[in-house]
Every structure is written in C-alpha cells, then in structure tokens.
Design a protein around this ligand. Sequence first.
Ligand code: CP3
Length: 347
Amino acid sequence: MVSIPTLTDSAFLQACRGERPAHTPVWFMRQAGRSLPEYLAIREGTTMLDSCFRTDMVVEITMQPVRRYGVDAAIFFSDIVVPLKAIGVDLDIVPGTGPVVAEPIRSQAQLEQFRDIEPDDIAPITDAVTALVGELGSTPLIGFAGAPFTLASYLVEGGPSRDHRLTKQLMYSDPELWHALLARMAAIASQFLRAQVEAGASAIQLFDSWAGALSLADYETYVKPHSATVLASVADLDVPRIHFGVGTGELLHSMGDAGADVVGVDWRVPLDEAVRRIGPDKAVQGNLDPTVVFAPTEFMQARAAEVIEAGRAAKGHVFNLGHGVLPATDPDALARLVDFVHGYETA
Ligand code: CP3
C-alpha cells in the first residue's frame, strides 16, 4: 500500500518535535528571493515592500524554491518590517541596504505609532498564507517575525548598523523607553505570528538576527523577557517555535530558554557543542556556513556530512545554512546540497 504523506508526519515537523524522520529535513533561510533568476524576473518593476502586500506575488515567490529544490519546508515571502509597514510606520526597504526608517525612535511620544495590527492591515498577507497552505499540500509553511531586539535596532538606528551603537545607547541610558519600545515590538510580532498560524502556517521562526551583538548579561536583562513574551504568546497554537540569531554562540542556552522548541545555530558553533549549550530537550536547526556552497561540490558535501553527523547529538535536527542564502549563490549548488542531505543515511 502506498502511504500518502501528511503534513503532521512531514520530515520537517517530525524533526522539530524531536523525532527522527526517514531523511534529514532541509530548508534555507532566505531561500525565497535573492538568488533565484525566476525571483528577479517576477520582482522586475515592483518594490520589495509592494510585493509583500501582493497576494499573488507572495504565493508565487514562496513556491519558487519549493518547486526548484524540493525543500522540506516553505518560508513565507515577506520581511521583518512588513508588520510595521502594515500599521503605517514610515519606512522602506532600500535595495542592497535593507530597512530604512524615516524617523528613528528617540522619545516615548513616538511609540504611539506602534498600534495593534488589525486583520484588515494584513489581509493580503493572511490571504497569501491560506492560498499557500492549499498549494503546498504536505509541505509545511513557516511563518515568521522579527524579534523585538532586531526590530528595535532598525527603528532606533534608522537603518542597518554594524555596532548597534544608538540602540545600545538608548538601552543603557533610558531603560524605561527601551522596555516600552520592546514591549510594543513584542506585541506586534506576536500578532503577526498568530495571524500567520491562524491562516494555516504550521511552524514559526522568530528571527533575532542581530542579538549576537549583545553580551549574555545584556541579552538577559534587556531582550530575553520580550522575546519570551512573543514565544509564550503563540504557545497555545501548538506549532513548533524556532528561534534564531547570528553570532549567538554565547546566547544559545538563553535563547532556547526564552521559549523555543528549536534553536537555530549559526556556523560558528558545531551542532554537537550547540546541543551541550542548549540542553537535551530541544531540537536544533543549522548550520552550514553559507559560503561553503561556493566551494567545490565534494568539499560542500563533506562539510554537510559533518553538520549532519554533529546534528545526531540533538533530539531533532533540521538542516539549514548558518544564516541566509547569499545573493550570489548558484541555485544549482543549493539543489545539489538538498539532494545530498536527502540521500544521507540517517540511521
Ligand atoms: O526566503 C526568505 O527568507 C524570504 C523571506 C524573507 C525576507 N526577509 C525577504 C527579503 C525573510 C525571512 C526575511 C527576514 C529578514 N529581513 C531578516 C531576518 C533574517 C536574516 O537574514 O537575518 C532581516 C534582518 C531582514 C531585514 C532585511 N530586509 C535585510 C537585512 C534585507 C537585505 C537588504 C539587501 O538588499 O541585501 C532586506 C530586504 C529583503 N528581504 C530582500 C528579500 C528577498 C531583498 C530585497 C530585494 O530582493 O529587493
């Protein structure tokens, strides 16, 4: 008898739950957009933010890497600043730079603009989730949001930052405003995640991409309580919660403890060491260096094998890169990587 795969026993959801599926599931952060020629073609003439509010484009761009690579999960095509745009915050995504905010946050009075998300604000987005869930069948859709610290960093700096100087200055000099800002970001991230799951997404990822800029002590004082609020707020929805940041080797335990089921790990810490830091009760996601896909195929495969072997130390392992797909990545190299991971012995 041929068994028909279902969503719940998809390899990705099994690994998130800490089970050992028949093959190691794999998807890539930033698999939608960036490197795919079919993405660049469809985006021609439409800005990044406009495309995020066009249901047809969101559906098509989310599907592109699933069709091309046969990955085990789809990541919803959107951006961490989309919920802020949806409530009317004056910001843009500048090609090659990232999110840029018209009026950086300096005062309590500016927090008023961060109102709650109403369903109408994000109707094109929830419509896209619903359409995708139908089209994806047994392939899970991952919804996502930016974590409070990473969102606040863009809002306070006014754009991308290497050292997060203004963000930390606000954090250290006006903790009251800082916590009020992060509490608003937590509420918005929660609402955005809930809306995606209620429309049918079967997992969520909370991106705290820039949390690695903080010491453990500062993370725990100024950031963790707000990330914990977000993760707790979706606990009742019963979907796996993935929590990821870059350069977070020293924060891994704390990020897991914030309420993650799966902790995303960048390439700097081997997964078996990451498991020692995180503890035995959570799954891990990662962590091939995104530049390794530019190396010869045999080298890439050897490194991918090391990642899979190290991942055996975990309760569950979702294969991914240690950060997003780089824009110059050759799609054929990613296709070869997916085939290699799928063909690798799991026993
Ligand atoms: O497959 C996917 O992951 C696509 C969906 C997605 C995008 N952004 C689309 C996007 C996701 C999950 C994100 C998350 C995101 N956005 C994060 C967290 C993930 C990470 O990489 O750490 C962050 C920090 C942002 C903020 C942001 N938006 C940056 C740093 C950039 C890159 C700027 C650039 O052009 O290099 C963006 C723009 C952006 N978001 C693009 C895409 C496809 C590129 C815009 C374009 O194609 O014109």
